[in-house]
Design a protein around this ligand. Structure first.
Ligand code: SAH
Ligand code: AVI
Length: 310
């Protein structure tokens, strides 16, 4: 099977579950990446600006912990905005490897980063990081691998999947490696819900764009206008539940298959888990990591954590 038919099979299997679901990785075509960038500038979406501030305030300490001639491997690099703080401050970085599924956006970003940091080797990798992928060989042998996973993208995985991903990163980091990760924290649910229900409607557009992406890329015939955005915080589970709600009984067809979607039925498109510091430390520990240092903002909205082999 080609990767494409694997993806289609994965999407169809999700739509045939009693709770219909589509992986959030399908948010990110070129338009989806642009919409996510717009989200990061919204006044309601606190994670990006808060993480930025934490990075800027503590980058010297981060640089000391990382040390010279590291290889920086970033999972889900997007526009590499926060990464630039690291690229400016890490000592004598050996190579920057941004990894992302959104191909055009990744390549355009990598070219921009190359222009801004002409002495740095930048080796982009287009890959689904939940599947095994090969890392490129850098020209300079790095002293250590640092896996960088900002934005709390870890929150978009269930606890089991997140644990597995951390285990993969542990292997990737290697013997003397480390992980620098952004983790969004549990807080007043009203603050969290506002971040996913912005008044400009950009998050709704981001959510709905997934269907436009699937129609174009795989040949589905979702009636995009017949779904609405829903984003509710589940306090018991400590996670945002982001869904598309069908506004009428309808049928989606693909390759001769039909999927019935009832009026009011939800398609789950994303979880965004929020952690306690203790909860994340336990999960990291189960993956083999020890949390060496945690930085937060004064209100403890968000955390950046430096983890080493436990
Ligand atoms: N790190 C950036 C972007 C976060 S948005 C920030 O902190 O602002 C999540 C990013 O991860 C997007 O760029 C998306 O394309 C990428 N992504 C999501 N799922 C992915 C997957 N399974 N494999 C590779 N990249 C993925
Ligand atoms: C990429 N990820 C961490 C974002 C989040 O907050 O869970 C994706 C997002 N979905 C809606 N708004 C932002």
């Amino acid at each position: 099977m080609t990767a494409r038919s694997d993806e289609l099979a994965e999407i169809l299997a999700g739509l045939k579950q009693p709770q219909k679901m589509i992986s959030p990785k399908y948010f990110y075509d070129e338009r989806g990446s642009q919409l996510f960038d717009a989200i990061t500038h919204l006044p309601e979406y606190y994670p990006t600006e808060t993480e930025f501030r934490i990075m800027r305030d503590n980058v010297d300490e981060i640089a000391d912990l990382v040390g010279p001639q590291a290889s920086l491997i970033e999972y889900g690099s997007g526009s590499s905005r926060k990464t630039r703080v690291l690229l400016e401050h890490l000592y004598d970085l050996a190579v920057y490897v941004p990894v992302d599924i959104s191909e055009d956006h990744l390549i355009a970003t990598a070219l921009k980063v190359r222009g801004e940091f002409p002495d740095l080797e930048v080796l982009p990798v287009v890959a689904d990081f939940t599947q095994p992928f090969a890392l490129p060989d850098p020209a300079i042998m790095p002293r250590r691998n640092v896996v960088y996973f900002p934005g709390s993208t870890i929150g978009n995985f269930t606890h089991d999947a997140a644990q597995h991903l951390l285990e993969v990163m542990y292997q990737e980091a290697g013997a003397d490696g480390a992980m620098l990760i952004g983790v969004d924290l549990q807080k007043d649910p009203a603050i969290i819900e506002r971040a996913y229900n912005d008044s400009a409607g950009i998050t709704a557009e981001f959510n709905l764009n997934m269907l436009t992406h699937l129609n174009r890329e795989f040949g589905f015939d979702f009636d995009v206008g017949a779904y609405t955005h829903s984003a509710i915080y589940d306090e018991d589970e400590g996670r945002m539940v982001i869904e598309l709600i069908s506004q009428r009984d309808q049928v989606v067809t693909i390759d001769g298959e039909t999927i019935a979607v009832a009026d009011g039925e939800a398609i789950l498109t994303e979880y965004s888990h929020k952690y306690t510091l203790e909860g994340f430390a336990n999960m990291a520990q189960r993956a083999g990591f020890a949390v060496r240092k945690v930085w937060t903002d004064a209100d403890e909205l968000f955390s950046v954590q430096y983890c080493v082999r436990g």
